[in-house]
Design a protein around this ligand. Sequence first.
Ligand code: ATP
Length: 642
Amino acid sequence: MSETVKTEKHGFQTEVGKLLHLVTHSLYSNKEIFLRELVSNAADAADKLRFKALSDNSLYESDGELRVRISVDKEQGTITISDNGIGMTREQAIEHLGTIAKSGTSEFFGQLTGDESKDSQLIGQFGVGFYSAFIVADRVTVLSRAAGHDATTGVQWESAGEGDFEVTDIEKSTRGTDIILHLRDDEKEFLDEWKLRSIVNKYSDHISIAVEMWKEEVPERDGPDGPEGDKIPAEPAHWEQVNAAKALWTREKSDISDEEYNEFYKHISHDFEDALTWGHNRVEGTHDYTSLLYVPKRAPWDMWNRETKHGLKLYVQRVFIMDDAEQFMPTYLRFVKGVLDSNDLPLNVSRELLQDSKVTDAMRKACTKRVLQMLEKTAKKDPEAYQAFWKEFGNALKEGPAEDASNKEKIAGLLRFASTHNDNSEQTVALADYIERMKEGQDKIYYIVADSYNAAKNSPHLEVFRKKGVEVLLMSERVDEWLISHLNEFDAKQLVSVTRGSLDLGDLDDDADKEAQKAIEEAAEGLVSRVKASLGDSVKDVRVTHRLTDSPACIVTDENDMSSQMVKLMKAAGQPVPEQKFILEVNPEHDLVKHMDAEQAEDTFAEWSQLLLDQATLSEQGALDNPAEFVARLNKLLLAAK
Ligand SMILES: Nc1ncnc2c1ncn2[C@@H]1O[C@H](COP(=O)(O)OP(=O)(O)OP(=O)(O)O)[C@@H](O)[C@H]1O
């Protein structure tokens, strides 16, 4: 019976096609990373096998020495990266090498601009993995056989990196995967063994499995005493280990260079850029573990995608257990990458077991603290780098006070805001900076939350603060209202909204100020009760303002009511919200209010009152329930004033 070799053609998932196009057209400035990516995959395949073999030792097939081998064939113009890791079945090869499993992939491709330099940076954040092979190869052949499967179940996967790939059944006696790169004509420089060796050294030293390269036979040679002396014996051709093959985190901190830390970071994160900062710690005592945690420079493209996996790489006694162990990092620090190697957890630990383990809790607390300390250190030592971090990750950190009450004060110390102090939209002001600049007699931190930076900056509520030279934090991100509802104080100073409740400037107002306010209030009693009578139920209250100097009126949220920003957020989330009523504050010193006060006809006075309320609502909320009615009323009063 003749054997049938089943060959099938498959189209790539659309996104893979796009990714391949970008890989071949945008990544030419950093070609050598293909080796890092493929060796990384080989090391991952070894890790996965080691993990599976914990419960089924036969998977090693009496070959437990896991390694990656790199060889070149100058005549064929190929480089082969060969591992004896977990391998792939035919179905796995089709799925893993023909589709991208990450959620949100199509959104990612939607972000691409067509501008090659911008896009190549984006791909860096996306991670190209296996497809980086096509940077240097115009054809890639993958031969694989899954551990524990029969030699006849091997698969050959082949593609020229365009629309499709071909898979064929093959026999493969050895377990694992060979990736054969048929180099493009202009990439033949990578056939040079010394070049290849130096790239492997650069990228693979910290990888825990051996990376080996073929060393040709060295014939017998003369020794130091020349042709008459002893000969140096011939060295037969052999596979030579070219990396240290010691997991980086198991080494002494003092022996590891920044470059090595960064290479390892790129290995675990697939980032193209160096990390911003990292912390490497060995903990002994009640718990015994090593953590190596990195803060990236740039936010991943899918940081705001709820389904994105995040978390640390978990090892137990140096055996890889799982990727994306999210139990060790709170969500607001989801951008942290790294490795955790525990000596306390059992080797058969599962995600479920991690969920309610005391060991997990302790490590999570400690890792969270470490990251916050790393950030504090960066903020202190390198404010510029911290500012760059804040731009990328600030909005994630702002989720911290709500999620992690025990570290609230620490997180608050790391927050940065725009403020009236520098009067620009850059978020650079720390709460500690604010406190340092507080006025004599000031005991509170004042802030405003509005829909946009401009709305916050120009809000009438700031008038009195500007007049007195008191700084106000300007907040306008969606997450700010959420943040501020969980952050009531910092360094024992209360955080107070300038648009809420009655304004209490405490000792910022001196006795003369208070006297003057009292006099104005008394003089305006009649005016206030007229406005109250004409607006009736549409407001919660009417009173004389102490916040305004230039505007005629403003609306204020009552102390215990939900802020208007929060109402908007809840509405947007489809949640039921109570009807909102505001307190109208009027400024009797303003000419418009004086003019209105002098109006004898009650119905015209009522029109003015409504106009005042609408104006104040507009400048606070940016919209009115019935804008046409407002315009009609305004026109009527303008015409009457002719
Ligand atoms: N040498 C290999 N041995 C076994 N499986 C492999 C090997 N190389 C790739 N794969 C499989 O192909 C999948 C896709 O690889 P690829 O490098 O594109 O992405 P990834 O490693 O999953 O993701 P990322 O690179 O972003 O971490 C891998 O997840 C793995 O399942």
